[in-house]
Structure formats: C-alpha cells, structure tokens
Design a protein around this ligand. Sequence first.
Ligand code: NAX
Length: 328
Amino acid sequence: PGAPVNVTVTGAAGQIGYALLFRIASGQLLGQDVPVRLRLLEITPALSAAAGTAMELDDCAFPLLAGVDITDDPNVAFDGTNVALLVGARPRTKGMERGDLLEANGGIFKPQGRAINDHAADDIKVLVVGNPANTNALIAQAAAPDVPAERFTAMTRLDHNRALTQLAKKTGSSVSEIRRLTIWGNHSATQYPDVFHAEIAGRNAAEVIDDEKWLADEFIPTVAKRGAAIIEARGASSAASAANAAVDHVHTWVNGTAEGDWTSMAIPSDGSYGVPEGLISSFPVTTAGGSYSIVQGLEINEFSRTRIDASVKELAEERDAVRGLGLI
Ligand code: NAX
C-alpha cells in the first residue's frame, strides 16, 4: 500500500459522523487497498465526544487506518487533506429565517473554504453534506479561488438512492436492475427525481410505470419528503443512510461509474440543460479517473422541464441571498 490518503470529516461527533467514520476507516470510501488517515474537525465543546469516537476507531484495529487527528482548527484539519467531507452545519431551528440560516452557515463554510484553499493537497475533492448543502458548497468554493471550482460538490446521492428503492418497490424489480436515474437541482423539497431516462432491466422506466399521476403525486413527493418521514418515524434525522450516500458519492467519484450507467451529484453548472453557470446543482454525471462529466444530450420533456426549472430557481435565490450577505 502507498502513503495514506488524508480524509477530513467535519461535524465528526455528530450522528452522521458516527455512522461515517467507521466505514471510511474500514476501506469502504476509497478501496480495500488504500490506507487512510482521518482528520476530525469539531467545534471546541464537541472535541471530547470526537475523542471518544476516536477511541472506538482505535478499538476496531482497522488495518487500513493509519491514524486519527482531532482538532477544532480548520487550518489544521485541512492541512494536506485529499478528501474533505463537510458534514457539520448549522441546522434550521424553529422560527429561523432563511437569511439567518444562510448567514450562520456562511460563518462555518467560508472559513472552511479558505482553510481548504490555503492548506489542502492539490488533488483535494470536497463533498458538502451539511445543509443547505448546495449553497454551503457554493460558499466554500467562493472562499477557495485557488482550488479548481469543480472539486466542490454537494450530496444528492441519498436522494438518488431513495429514488432507486421507491422505483424498485413500485415495479417489483431490484435496485441492481435500475440504471440512469437522475436527481436534478437542489437537495431540498424542490429536487426532481427523473425516471424518464431511467431503465429497469433494460426497459424505459417511465414506460414500465406508465402512470404520470403516480410519478407526480406519489414518487416525487415520497423521495423529496423522505427526510421528514424519517424524522417523524425515528425521532432523529437520517444518519446511517446519509453516511452511506456520502461513501457512495466519493467512492463513485474516485473509482468511476459503471459502463452504461450514471449517478447524481450536485456540481458547479457549466450551463448544461439551461442551469445557470456556477450554480451547484444536481445533474446526471459519469465519472472516470477521478473526474466527472455531465451526461449530455438528454431530451427534457415538459414534465421534467417545469420541475428542473423550479428547483434551479430556488438555487438561484439562495445564491442571490448569500451574495447579498457578502458570503460569496
Ligand atoms: P448533528 O447535529 O448530529 O451533527 C453535526 C455536528 O457538526 C455536531 O457534532 C456539531 O458540533 C458539528 N459542527 C457544527 N459546527 C461545526 C463547525 N463549524 N466545524 C465542525 N463541526 C461543526 O447532525 P447530523 O445528523 O450529523 O447532520 C449533519 C448535517 O447533514 C446537517 O446539516 C443535516 O441537515 C445534513 N444532512 C444532509 C443530507 C443530504 O442528503 N445532503 C441528508 C442527511 C442530513 O440531514
């Protein structure tokens, strides 16, 4: 094995962090032949909890885990880091206005972006999980002008995975038979899970379902509101499934998509599909050799167009709001 890959996880003492760290350390993020060194970033009051998790990591004796560092200083956490998973964020609390939420997150993601700019390794890849994920990624990216913009991504893989299972259940198929599903737009209630290019065992998914009413009234809202349904049932927000999606996102980015398939990632738009350049929006992407590209040439029907536009409009509003706050 070569030199360890440095992986930084922010919000490491949180519930997603707890579900994520052990999977990274066991080799599931980067591969069974890649040693990793973990850097845990937390706020000062949570350092002790992070240290407790690090004790448990020790107690797993993972052969691939080269070490664990714990810090409350972003400049230390991102020093030489190759993969950064930005999980810690300021959640929306009752009665909180969107401006306050964006401002609070700006206070987290702007300094982290700057620290990544100044200290990360040249091959840095960033995944933002903490909400509002797309716009937090935009804030971090704007604070890191020396890092290629495309290295900043946000997570819609959980939405993608949720959509896969809903589709499999509806059609009595298995998730492994489904390809080419797409999540478009924002990781929010406006996201659009698109089945019109998806295939189930080689057949067009929309034709197999043949029920636009189900798509509009059941499938899309079930996927978009799944996070709320989990909170309602579990009394806590998605954690293991979110960690799983983060592992999937980075693993796919580093190791590539399967021939004939694609995945969903929120990435800086190059203007494809009418999404204004620079917005961090979810697209169908293929990956190879550690890079990704947007799948081109898909025909977008009226049903899809309306929904993609609505989600992109929300992203543009969030961008304008953080611009107004001087965060980008
Ligand atoms: P928790 O509240 O359990 O953990 C968050 C952790 O972040 C806390 O330990 C906190 O101390 C830490 N933190 C806060 N500010 C920090 C800073 N400046 N630097 C480092 N650490 C900091 O939340 P958890 O359930 O783990 O969720 C984390 C984030 O993921 C939330 O923003 C949540 O909304 C978001 N999610 C995103 C999803 C997605 O698909 N993109 C799905 C799951 C999840 O809801």
